[in-house]
Design a protein around this ligand. Sequence first.
Ligand code: PLP
Length: 460
Amino acid sequence: MQELYRKIPQVSKLIEDKSVRHFLSYFYMEEIKQEIEVVLKDIRSKIKSEFIVSLNYEDVVSMITNRLRIHDLYSLRRVINGTGTVLHTNLGRAVMSKNAIDNVVRVCKGYSNLEYDIEAGKRGSRYDHLEAMVSKIVGSESAVVVNNNAAATMLTVAAFSTNKEAVVSRGELVEIGGSFRIPEIIEASGAILKEVGTTNRTHLIDYERATSEKTGMYLKVHPSNYHIDGFIKNVTNKEIVELAKETKVITCEDLGSGAIIDFSRYNFYKENMVQESLKSGIDLVTFSGDKLLGGPQAGIIVGKKELIDRIKKHPLTRAFRVGKMTIAALEATLRDYLSHQTVVETTPTLRMLFENKEELRAKATKLTNRINEIDYFDSEVIPVNSTVGGGSLPLSIIESYGISIKSKDMSVNDLEKFLRKGKNPVIGLINENRYYLDVRTLLNGDDELIVKQLEEYKNE
Ligand SMILES: *Cc1c(COP(=O)(O)O)cnc(C)c1O
């Protein structure tokens, strides 16, 4: 064992090796050293556990170069989504459109008029850039955009219900996942939660009875990710709005997904649209930028100008403010909504959700044929179900096609690991001891990368 330890090459020698130095065109010396240390540490522990019984210099070098070959420059990187979940929160939610990406690059390459009014030649507001576009698309008086919908909801509650009661139906006290829970958001906003009704039935009279001089707002929450059926009763927006007119209470709705186009036209369940919520007379509506809208992470608040103006002055708005990259991306994403025809083609989220079965089958067949040409793997086209994800349209299951991949000598779990840990990580699914990728969420060029990674197997 001592003999083996002595055979471990010095870091100073390894960094002089020609095949290691080759990587200096991609990495800083510091990064290469770090990777060498990781490999040497691994070797030491394998010697200790008697996993390694012989060691030569060439083996060490190739362990290092193999590691550097798949090492990425950055921690946050592109991955291939083979899960079929279009809005996958763990995989970055909405894929941004080319127009959005181009606009971010255009704006960030230099200085911008982020807070400068070019017309007047003096200080302007970052909130002005999106206000007109958002308002035009959803038909609101005014709008303000913050970091995400959790912030938008918190801010709205804080602005109108601090030390007052926010009235919410017990059927709408939802948890969205990743620690967004309506009761906790209300509490953190400095408001008092006033629960009304029951889980399955809430009546207008429940809201009426709960109203007092302590009431700050009636808050409706879209139960995005769950659905109850049977003996149920919800109070409609119209009814709430009628009541609020008499009681002079502010009405807000947290819509979550924030559909701007009618998803029922594409065989999905009906999702409440932002425009409909506003038309029913709700004062303020909040929704996400990176769910069904298909843009960057953002929280959009739309509604009455007088109320939005008050929100803009709230100190939390400053804390939740968006940067220029978000504004640039969101403005370009929203602009495409000016043409229905265009937006369903240019917005990856919508394009993936609406892609028809025949196109998906063709995509799956093509990839399967490519994979079957590689010696070590077998692949076939299988019917699968995709989901929307991001807590949106939970009941809509969309029929899709997948490709199953079988390795001639790796187990299903090893195959999953091999594809996940490659240069271009592929995130797939395992079901009933079968590995597969849903082609719905594969983007242009992903086929090539998957094939390339599988071809690597031969070379290793
Ligand atoms: C998703 C969702 C949120 C949280 O939105 P983020 O943009 O992820 O912060 C809040 N409320 C509802 C109803 C949601 O569906």
